[in-house]
Design a protein around this ligand. Structure first.
Ligand SMILES: Cc1cc2nc3c(=O)[nH]c(=O)nc-3n(C[C@H](O)[C@H](O)[C@H](O)COP(=O)(O)OP(=O)(O)OC[C@H]3O[C@@H](n4cnc5c(N)ncnc54)[C@H](O)[C@@H]3O)c2cc1C
Length: 341
């Protein structure tokens, strides 16, 4: 890795204001929060099946004051929705801090590099690099998959654009995209011994933050993190544990059977089944998991994926106490828009 990650302990002034600090590659809020050693919170925005920008703003408003950055998914599950780059454009217009997600399934290297420049020009500071779900898992199984790049080569391409000011072709970029680079990881997918090694490859390729698949099995995450610490990876990237409320035992069973890479232990399903109000129990379970993962050394934050339950994110973040009185940015509907970041 050429760009050294500077950790909070490296800062002489832990109480410094949220200004850009040495070692930053972006001017974004997520990077600032993580480098200051604060427990970061990100949340996934379900993209609308609509051309109305207000649908995006309504969904983002549910996170106001509770999250440090909003993930705009890119054809998640290989289903068609409003694009990630368009959602990021809308969000940066009014000052939100989005994470552009790029799946390699639908675009080749020419389209992706163009979108990266365009997104950065609109104020996007964070990118999550994904290989992406295969077309067979979505609503257009007859679509032609691209996969010109994968998550690791994508990280390397954007890192080169940022640090060397070059496209993959070698052609010079006059003003480079200043992006905080992320990737996904699944500590719960077999073969589990392989997951920290794949993480190491992503870090070597340029990943500075990681968002994991849903964690419903804290002991498995602990084992993964023990290996990650042994390899020193927690000192080279910020790891945010994926969490989310399960609305019912039925949904949990469905997710376990149909969403690739999601692992839900029987004990979790039994806990939901035994509850009088399964939705409320799903929220409590999510809060319990957040509190447990927060204690795992090397976990730098949580990524809340509350699919079709975005209205619960504020309550979950509040009740889990992870912000410890800190108030992330919120949209001021009466005042001028904050600069994007
Ligand atoms: C936080 C998060 C956000 C996501 N957002 C999106 C999105 O916006 N759009 C989208 O299309 N997908 C999304 N996904 C799904 C993700 O792309 C797939 O789960 C993918 O298989 C693994 O992540 P990756 O893309 O980083 O692939 P990589 O880690 O690069 O893996 C590449 C290949 O390894 C194999 N592989 C990896 N994990 C598994 C597994 N569990 N089982 C079998 N084979 C595996 C697959 O063949 C895959 O193509 C997201 C996942 C996470 C955790």
């Amino acid at each position: 890795m050429s760009a050294r990650i500077v950790h909070p302990a490296d800062f002489a002034e832990p109480g410094a204001p949220l200004a850009e600090l040495p070692g930053h590659v972006s001017s974004g809020r997520l990077e600032r929060v993580l480098r200051r050693g604060e427990f970061a919170v990100t949340a996934e925005l379900s993209p609308p099946d609509s051309a109305d920008p207000q649908d995006v703003y309504n969904r983002a408003a549910a996170f106001d004051g509770w999250v440090d950055s909003i993930n705009a998914t890119d054809g998640s599950g290989a289903n068609c929705h409003m694009s990630s780059v368009a959602i990021c454009a809308l969000l940066t217009r009014v000052g939100y801090s989005p994470i552009l997600q790029i799946s390699c399934r639908d675009h080749n290297r020419i389209a992706i590099q163009g979108n990266v420049l365009g997104a950065a020009a609109m104020g996007v500071c964070n990118v999550l690099c994904l290989t992406g779900d295969g077309v067979q898992s979505g609503d257009h199984p007859e679509a032609k998959p691209v996969f010109d790049l994968d998550s690791i080569s994508l990280l390397a391409v954007i890192k080169r654009m940022r640090d060397e000011q070059r496209f993959l072709s070698g052609r010079r970029i006059t003003s480079p995209p200043r992006l905080f680079l992320g990737a996904a990881e699944n500590p719960f997918a077999p073969p589990c011994d392989f997951r920290p090694l794949r993480l190491a490859k992503k870090v070597e390729a340029g990943a500075q933050f990681i968002q994991t698949q849903y964690c419903f099995d804290v002991p498995m995450l602990r084992d993964f993190m023990a290996k990650v610490r042994e390899m020193g990876l927690d000192r080279q990237c910020f790891i945010l544990a994926g969490v989310g409320p399960l609305p019912s035992a039925r949904t949990a069973r469905w997710m376990r059977a149909n969403v690739p890479g999601v692992h839900i232990p029987d004990s979790v399903i039994a806990r939901l089944e035994g509850a009088a109000d399964q939705r409320a129990e799903g929220k409590r379970l999510c809060i319990d998991i957040i509190r447990e993962v927060r204690e795992i050394p090397g976990i730098a934050g949580v990524h809340v994926m509350a699919y079709r339950q975005e209205e619960y994110v504020a309550e979950i973040v509040h009740d889990s106490g992870i912000l410890e009185g800190r108030a992330p940015w919120r949209r001021d509907l009466n005042g001028p828009s904050a600069p994007p970041g």
